[in-house]
Design a protein around this ligand. Structure first.
Ligand code: HEM
Length: 104
């Protein structure tokens, strides 16, 4: 089931780009010097967002190096927030780590 926020989000997507990262690689970037998160199977380097995130640094750090899709959706981010996301996009999540697992 596609949520409203996901539909808005998907409508603003850039073309998928290389490189492809595994969840293990994402998990290595979990501190303030290098902070990555996954949203809807896409990888974002949000290091530069930390100090200016309107919801604060802590809420992002709690999700650093993980799939933050559910917490991101739960906070009810605005279309404005979603429009900011593209600038942090760095690549795709490896197929077998995606929300709809390969083979299922
Ligand atoms: C690329 C990633 C993110 C961007 C661009 C972003 C952007 C924003 C923006 C612009 C706001 C201001 C309110 C709005 O316009 O919706 C906001 C608020 C907030 N964000 Fe994020 N955010 C991101 C990731 C996250 C994550 C991973 C969490 C984890 C829980 C989070 C939690 C919050 C919270 C708690 C607020 C405050 C909501 C409130 O007090 O009304 N954000 N964010």
């Amino acid at each position: 089931m596609t949520s409203v926020i996901q539909r808005v989000f998907m409508g603003s997507r850039l073309e998928p780009k290389e490189p492809i990262y595994t969840m293990n690689e994402v998990a290595e970037h979990c501190d303030v010097n290098s902070c990555w998160i996954v949203l809807w199977d896409k990888v974002y380097d949000v290091t530069d967002l930390l100090c200016m995130h309107p919801g604060g640094l802590d809420v992002i750090m709690e999700n650093a190096g993980t799939d933050a899709t559910v917490p991101f959706e739960d906070k009810g981010h605005s279309k404005f927030a979603i429009s900011m996301i593209d600038k942090y996009y760095i690549g795709e999540l490896a197929e077998c780590d995606r929300r709809k697992k390969c083979g299922s």
